[in-house]
Design a protein around this ligand. Structure first.
Ligand code: SF4
Ligand code: SF4
Length: 446
């Protein structure tokens, strides 16, 4: 690996950059590779989300700079920014920034769900199908979220990740897109968007399809919080996420009619993976565990996008959620992974089976909340932040400050040995360290 690549990997590690799109994979680990193509994932396919498209428009230069640095570090000859055709402001800004950058281009996508799934996106951009259970690297591709590339650019200048751009929407008075310090309580984000417009509300973070329902609005936002969506506590989007596994299993056993509509829309099945969700559900209906059954063993191929359950299943069954639970128990039940095929060929029906986000929004009962959330500059600084020491995949960082210590924004507060999977953590505000645990560090502003 070249000297420049080594240096960027270390700069990104020092800055604590993680994948901003959701799982929080440590970016230093991802870019420590050789690939042919680097893709900026600007699909933003979850309903109601507005942050990536506005970051692309407002910080196009930073995103392109991060992409070009990553291409140089990984030896990639092609850099692609994939975003929806309808993001016209972002497209105009990016066209100016990519001019003169050899090998960098835009790839325009339809507004369908889940266009941002890595497997789907890699196929759309390169025509290659990532085999089940693999990562884009297997086909010579690196994919990361828009904000991650802006953070790579900042890391190269020595600036760590201490804030997060997120959409604050749903049942709030003034939906907004804001950049806030990591560790800010979610409640503060709601207040900054005019407050909740309803009484009994819950927050969904990260998107109505794949996000998480958060009962405690005092929870802090992290480097991976792309949205704070306020919804009635009784809204189906919320109750769907909070039902118990036992309840979900009984529902499937009682009412799955084996129509196979889930299989007909599944983005992984349509890419040619040997995965049929209705067969998994059939096996669940017959009782678990069924070790070695090829249908059930294919559950980890599900990306948990929930498209089948929300959109096509006549019984509205939580298929993605169940597949996730099954995948988590494969080891315990000693299941062998499903057979690996020599090649995977997408279905000829794929192009006719893509689901528009607008129809999905309606099906979710979110059309009243599908409103603009304009990007707004704010100098808001919370009186207190709680910064988690683990904000993604890998080991938690170890605290390197003690109670009573004074810190500046950007100071290192959680460290890891070089080479350890995980991400470093920095103070997001200036202040005094108030509490240190193995999980988080609380800083009171001063
Ligand atoms: S769509 Fe629903 S009811 Fe039909 S097979 Fe799939 S899980 Fe069962
Ligand atoms: S949640 Fe449903 S549609 Fe999505 S990948 Fe899993 S089985 Fe397929």
């Amino acid at each position: 690996m070249s000297e420049k690549a080594d240096s960027l990997v270390e700069q990104v590690r020092q800055a604590g950059v993680v994948g901003a799109g959701g799982a929080g994979f440590p970016t230093w680990k991802k870019i420590d590779a050789r690939v042919e193509t680097v893709i900026v994932n600007g699909a933003e396919c979850e309903p109601l989300l507005r942050n990536d498209q506005q970051v692309l428009a407002a910080r196009a230069g930073e995103v392109v700079r991060g992409l070009v640095l990553t291409m140089a570090a990984t030896g990639a000859s092609r850099g692609v920014i994939a975003l929806k055709k309808k993001y016209t402001a972002a497209i105009a800004a990016l066209k100016k920034e990519i001019a003169g950058n050899d090998g960098v281009s835009l790839h325009l996508l339809e507004s369908v769900y889940p266009a941002g799934d890595e497997f789907v996106l890699v196929y759309e951009v390169t025509g290659k199908v990532i085999p089940p259970g693999e990562i884009p690297l297997k086909v010579g591709v690196l994919v990361s979220n828009v904000e991650t590339f802006a953070n790579i650019s900042a890391a190269e200048r020595g600036d760590p990740v201490i804030s997060r751009c997120l959409t604050v929407t749903g049942a709030v008075r003034e939906p907004k897109t804001l950049t806030l310090p990591v560790g800010t309580p979610l409640r503060a984000a709601v207040d900054l968007a005019g407050g909740a417009a309803i009484e009994d509300w819950t927050i969904v973070t990260g998107g109505p399809m794949m996000g998480e329902a958060v009962a405690d609005p005092g929870r802090p936002l992290t480097k991976t919080t792309s949205a704070v969506i306020v919804l009635p506590a009784s809204h189906p989007v919320v109750t769907r996420k909070t039902a118990s596994l036992e309840f979900d299993l009984r529902k499937i056993q009682a009412i799955c009619c084996q129509c196979d509509y889930c299989t007909l829309v599944c983005p992984r099945t349509l890419l040619g993976h040997n995965f049929k969700p209705h067969i998994v559900m059939r096996q669940i209906a017959m009782g678990l565990p069924i070790p070695g059954h090829p249908g059930v063993s294919s559950a980890p191929q599900c990306c948990n996008c929930d498209l089948c359950g929300v959109y096509s299943c006549p019984m509205n069954l939580p298929i993605g959620r169940l597949n996730k639970q099954l995948a988590g128990r494969m080891k315990e039940w000693e299941w062998e992974p499903v057979e690996r095929l020599e090649s995977y060929r997408p279905s000829p029906m794929r192009e006719y089976s893509l689901i528009p986000v607008s129809r999905l929004t309606y099906r979710l009962g979110l059309e009243d909340y599908d409103r603009p959330a304009p990007l707004e500059e704010t100098d808001y600084s919370p009186p207190r932040v709680e910064i988690p020491l683990k904000q993604g995949i890998g080991k938690p960082a170890g605290p390197v400050v003690k109670v009573g210590a004074r810190v500046k924004a950007g100071d290192l507060i959680g460290d890891l040995e070089p080479g350890t999977m995980g991400a470093l953590v920095h103070a997001s505000i200036a202040g005094k360290v108030e509490k240190v645990t193995e999980e988080s560090i609380i800083i009171a502003a001063s």
